[in-house]
Design a protein around this ligand. Structure first.
Ligand code: NAP
Length: 310
């Protein structure tokens, strides 16, 4: 009997995933019917995006796991109808994309590229940037994405400090944890990258008190999640000069409303949640591998700890 794999995501995603996921399942030796509409009681695995129409998992009585297409799981982790394991997406291409986006935006601020862009009308005003070795960078969150970004920045010569819930040990990175760790991670951060998940414990990690710990004029780069930052506190810190610039990819409300002050603020760069995307070709292999594992009785990869919310 073929397995029934329900693809529960938007139609656009289905168009992107149908061929690569069919191919990845076949290459993993899995005989499966992959469809967007199956009787719930016949479904074995649910490939899922939290913006799908499926919000009640109760009818999926036979399903063995939900395999999320996104790295962030805040839209599903606390769903009370979900009683089966939930795996999040860890995709090498997603990680690579995030490394490129973070590195690019950190280098923009490090080299003060904006300064020179503003002087193209003939202003010859030399200003030599410091070397990376003189620019401490902090990454909050040392998971799949944060650790990869921290290591890429360290390879460029930045002194990198990272902070996570549990204590980590990553070569070349000063790893900190706990509230005291957060304090010292922020105190040294001339450029701060946020790659924490959105959970009750990470909401408003950056607020008036913590922003005040950072060096004056520090830059914030947030590809994590909007609620990691208290918006009003950030705006006040930008206006006072405590924070020099914020490059924000994620927001409390997306799309960012037209009247939100971030759009017009001269010290804010808005990008529309494009820092990195799951790529169908590589993500499909991750999904297929997890289904193979499920059928072979092996532990699933990238399981979410729903108590912690990530
Ligand atoms: P991950 O592997 O689960 O890593 C999360 C990291 O955050 C871990 O190091 C974890 O600590 C740490 N953390 C969690 N709660 C914490 C707390 N309360 N205090 C301190 N540290 C805490 O996640 P990931 O794959 O790197 O993804 C990170 C986030 O990036 C996602 O949740 C998503 O929101 C965002 N994202 C954004 C985009 C975009 O395009 N903008 C794309 C993909 C992902 P431990 O190591 O101790 O567990």
């Amino acid at each position: 009997m073929p397995l029934n794999v329900l693809f529960a995501a938007t139609e656009a995603r289905w168009n992107d995933y149908r061929a690569p996921l069919t191919d990845a399942l076949a290459k993993a030796g899995i005989d499966a019917t992959l469809a967007t509409d199956l009787p719930p009681e016949t479904v074995d695995y649910i490939v899922y995006a939290p913006n799908s129409d499926v919000q009640d998992f109760t009818p999926f009585t036979r399903a063995k796991a939900v395999l999320n297409l996104w790295a962030g799981v805040e839209g599903i982790a606390d769903n009370p109808t979900l009683k089966i394991p939930l795996a999040r997406m860890v995709d090498p291409a997603l990680t690579q994309g995030m490394v490129e986006w973070v590195t690019g935006h950190v280098l923009r601020h490090h080299l003060d590229i904006d300064y020179f862009l503003a002087r193209q009308s003939g202003s010859w005003e030399p200003k030599v940037p410091p070397l990376a070795s003189d620019r401490p960078v902090t990454v909050l969150g040392l998971g799949e994405l944060g650790a990869a970004c921290a290591q890429a920045l360290a390879r460029l010569g930045f002194p990198v400090t990272g902070w996570s819930r549990s204590q980590k040990s990553i070569p070349g990175i000063t790893c900190l944890s706990g509230q005291d760790g957060l304090k010292s991670a922020l105190q040294s951060a001339e450029i701060l990258v946020l790659l924490l998940p959105r959970t009750p414990a990470t909401e408003n990690t950056l607020n008036a008190e913590t922003l005040a710990l950072m060096p004056k004029g520090a830059v914030i780069v947030n590809p994590g999640r909007g609620p990691l930052i208290e918006d009003d506190a950030l705006l006040a810190a930008l206006d006072s000069g405590q924070i020099g610039h914020a490059t924000l990819d994620v927001f409390r409300v997306e799309p960012l409303p037209q009247d939100h002050p971030f759009w017009a603020h001269p010290k804010v760069t808005v990008t529309p949640h494009i820092a990195s995307e799951t790529r169908p070709a590589s993500a499909s292999k991750v999904i297929a591998e997890n289904i193979r594992r499920g059928e072979a009785g092996e532990p699933l990869l990238y399981l979410v700890d729903r108590g912690l919310g990530y």
